[in-house]
Each structure stands twice: as C-alpha cells, then as structure tokens.
Ligand binder design. Structure first.
Ligand code: ATP
Ligand code: MG
Length: 219
C-alpha cells in the first residue's frame, strides 16, 4: 500500500527553470527511503512540496488517497508529517523538553502530561533527563539533531521527512541517527524519507531514490 504518491510533479522557481520535471514515485509505510542526487538536483525542493510548504506547479502529491493541496495546510503539517530541517529550527533559549512540548501545543495535542511524553521521546532518541532539561544552545550538534527528531515525532506523524539529518555529524553520530530512523520505520511503521549526500546513510536505507537518475531516465 502506498502512503505517499507523487504524480507527474513539476516545479520551478521564479526563473522558470524546471527543478522537478514530471516526478512519479510512491512511498510505503515501514520503510526508510534515501533521496539522493547531486547538489541542486531538487531534493530540498521536493521535501518542501511533500511537507506542504509549497505546491507543485502541476501534478499531484497524494497522501493516504488525498491530494495534499486539498487538505488544510496547517493540519497536514501539524498532524501527519514530521519534518526535520537541516538547520533544526529549534528555539535555542528553551530546553529540549520545552521545544518538544511547544510543538505539541502548536499541534493542539490532547495528551495528559506533555513534559513526561516529551521526556520519553527524548529518551528514545538517546538523550537522558539531564540533557533533556538543558537549553538547546548548551547541546552539541548531534544532540540538537536528536531533539529535532524527537520534536518531529511529538504528534505521532505517519511520515518523517528529514533534510540532510546527518550533514553536520561525525560517523559515530551518523550511525546512531540512522539507527533511530530504521527503528522508527521497522518497529513503529513510520514512512521515513531522508535526503542525504552520505553513502553510508543511503546504504542503511531500505530504498534509494536517486533524483538525478530519475531525470536521466526521462531524457
Ligand atoms: N528560492 C529559490 N529561488 C530560485 N531558485 C531556487 C530557490 N531555491 C532553490 N533554487 C534552485 O533550485 C534548484 C534545486 O534546489 P534544491 O535546494 O532543491 O537542491 P538540492 O538538491 O536540495 O541541493 P543541495 O544538495 O545542495 O541541498 C537549484 O538550482 C537551486 O539553485
Ligand atoms: Mg538541499
């Protein structure tokens, strides 16, 4: 069963140069996908379309049989897809727990003890209680990346979209983060879609989708 479907997706920016040209692809739950392709091939652009931040110029993005351009944008983003940005987009003066709780508040999540839930999400990605209570600016890059993942998980989305989630990490941290993504797909049935330049991250994925090759096949 496909959870996400790209149908004849085209996209261009103001200069009208086609960045995405007739993209067709399907994503299933319980799998890790790596989207690869050289710099400028349109990976981040594709993620921004899939996360509902922007709309295709033509074609459709179908999520659970619904065209996402017809779903309420905020609801889609705050309930169905968890996005991990390369720059994390965390609030540096708040603690890790507060960042995760904030995202639950924005999603209007009705759970009892949000702080407790946030802490257990942070524990799941390898941050203990002491680090969970630290301000973001006192955490390392790898630790901040884990907070960004915990935050993306806070409203229990079916899909995780991550743009270069290991771009700034050493190999040890990269391996641990890819393990987290694999667990989310294989044990929690999430559809995990990672944009990456790293060969080892791509090798750890269940499916590799090379945007560059997709273009060559069209040419
Ligand atoms: N806001 C924008 N306005 C105009 N052109 C843009 C804009 N954002 C991206 N582009 C162009 O669109 C193309 C695809 O960019 P995109 O960021 O999707 O590539 P990418 O595959 O993510 O690259 P990288 O691996 O370097 O992150 C590039 O040629 C880029 O210059
Ligand atoms: Mg990019």
């Amino acid at each position: 069963m496909s959870l996400f479907k790209l149908e004849n997706v085209d996209y261009y920016y103001d200069n009208h140069v086609k960045v995405l040209d007739n993209i067709n692809y399907e994503f299933e739950p319980s799998k890790v996908y790596a989207i690869t392709g050289k710099s400028g091939s349109g990976k981040t652009t594709l993620l921004s379309l899939m996360s509902g931040l922007d709309k295709p110029k033509s074609g459709k993005i179908i999520y659970n049989d619904n065209d996402i351009s017809k779903i309420d944008e905020d609801k889609y983003r705050s309930h169905h897809v968890g996005v991990v940005f390369q720059s994390f987009n965390l609030l540096p003066h708040l603690t890790a727990i507060e960042n995760v709780v904030l995202s639950m508040d924005i999603a209007n999540l009705k759970v009892g003890n949000k702080k407790q839930v946030a802490l257990s999400l942070l524990n799941e990605v390898g941050l203990d209680e002491e680090k969970a209570n630290r301000r973001i600016l006192k955490l390392s890059g790898g630790e901040q990346q884990r907070v960004a993942i915990a935050r993306a998980l806070s409203f229990q989305p079916e899909v995780i979209l991550a743009d270069e989630p290991t771009g700034n990490l050493d190999m040890h941290n990269e391996k641990q983060i890819t393990e987290i993504f694999r667990r989310l797909a294989h044990e929690k049935n999430k559809c995990v879609i990672i944009v990456t330049h790293s060969n080892s991250v791509a090798a750890s994925a269940d499916v590799v989708y090379d945007l560059e090759k997709a273009k060559e096949n069209l040419a």
